[in-house]
Design a protein around this ligand. Structure first.
Ligand SMILES: Cc1cc2nc3c(=O)[nH]c(=O)nc-3n(C[C@H](O)[C@H](O)[C@H](O)COP(=O)(O)OP(=O)(O)OC[C@H]3O[C@@H](n4cnc5c(N)ncnc54)[C@H](O)[C@@H]3O)c2cc1C
Length: 286
């Protein structure tokens, strides 16, 4: 039997104070899709579970031409997938969120819980990194902002300090019109990705002005492939350059052998899928 106290603070300040007060004994819960599995498997055994459900506006999604998109950490995957604002201004996010798990999980799981779990197999992180997203973290000492790519520290480890809550994801106005998201799942579309690729780029007069490439399921964290980006940034977009992009990306990953495939197989997939994603993004940008 699992025993714990369940607390339901009604404000962010109250939630932060409770987490500070109870320290290591406490853990926040949002949709519970990941935390409850961890608790059932006795991987995490919090004595106090602090619900984020009653924090006002915790799941709001707002967009402004100057500021971009602000997604409350409590927004559920399905809310983001179905948001007309997201669909219109950030098609990459719409495409990504519609591929997360299956509707039952998308109706419960939140973006905050997804990122805070620090699971490298999950999808939204790579697309958000490709869109230059930042995360806002709040603790008893006040808020701080981090680029999302610095938030993922190691396998199931993030930059969240004990007692901190991820409150918001900020995505600036889209800077690069070309985009692509590939979630390679040969076993079932509802499975975690064997390899995930998210890419945004801008092309002018046949040359790549700028790009961002991020990958999931190929290392201990979701990663940005900065070396590969340099292959194309400022260069003419040719088929050879796109192939080189994939080849360099494959040198930046460190996949594990698991039931989805060997590390060699995944590295080969990175080569092929990054090139394919870039081709699609160039087509959209042109
Ligand atoms: C069957 C299944 C299939 C899945 N498939 C996919 C998939 O294909 N792609 C994919 O991307 N994901 C997938 N997932 C993962 C899913 O997206 C996450 O479980 C979900 O997003 C977690 O959100 P949650 O609100 O349920 O988090 P919770 O389970 O409530 O919390 C997860 C962790 O984050 C912490 N936490 C929660 N919110 C915050 C916050 N705001 N600030 C700080 N810490 C917080 C909790 O303490 C806990 O450690 C799958 C999960 C399941 C169970």
């Amino acid at each position: 039997m699992i025993c714990f106290d369940y607390l339901e603070p009604e404000s962010l300040a109250e939630a932060c104070a409770l987490l500070k007060k109870h320290g290591e004994d406490a853990r926040p819960i949002a949709g519970g899709t990941s935390l409850l599995i961890m608790m059932r498997q006795h991987l995490l055994m919090p004595k106090i579970v602090v619900s984020l459900e009653k924090i006002p506006d915790f799941g709001r999604i707002v967009f402004d031409d100057q500021e971009g998109l602000r997604i409350g950490a409590g927004a559920r995957h399905r809310d983001i997938e179905l948001s007309p604002l997201v669909k219109r201004h950030y098609p990459l996010l719409h495409e990504t969120f519609r591929k997360v798990a299956q509707p039952r999980i998308r109706n419960m799981g939140t973006i905050g819980g997804n990122l805070a779990a620090g699971d490298p197999l999950t999808d939204p992180g790579a697309s958000l990194i490709a869109l230059d997203a930042q995360v806002i973290l709040a603790g008893a000492e006040g808020p701080r902002t981090l680029p999302l790519e610095e938030f993922f520290v190691d396998y199931y480890e993030t930059a969240l300090k004990p007692g901190e809550i991820l409150t918001e994801i900020h995505v600036p106005p889209p800077r690069r019109p070309g985009w692509s998201h590939i979630k390679f799942t040969p076993r079932s579309v509802e499975d975690f990705a064997t390899v995930g690729v998210a890419l945004t780029l801008a092309v002018q007069n046949g040359s790549c002005q700028d790009l961002r490439l991020a990958l999931n399921s190929v290392a201990s964290t979701i990663i940005r492939a900065k070396g590969a980006e340099e292959v194309l940034r400022g260069k003419e977009v040719t088929e050879a350059a796109l192939r080189e992009l994939g080849e360099v990306a494959a040198t930046e990953v460190d996949p594990m052998d698991d039931n989805r495939g060997s590390s060699e197989y995944k590295r080969e997939l990175v080569k092929v899928l990054v090139c394919r994603a870039a081709r699609e993004a160039v087509r959209r940008a042109s």
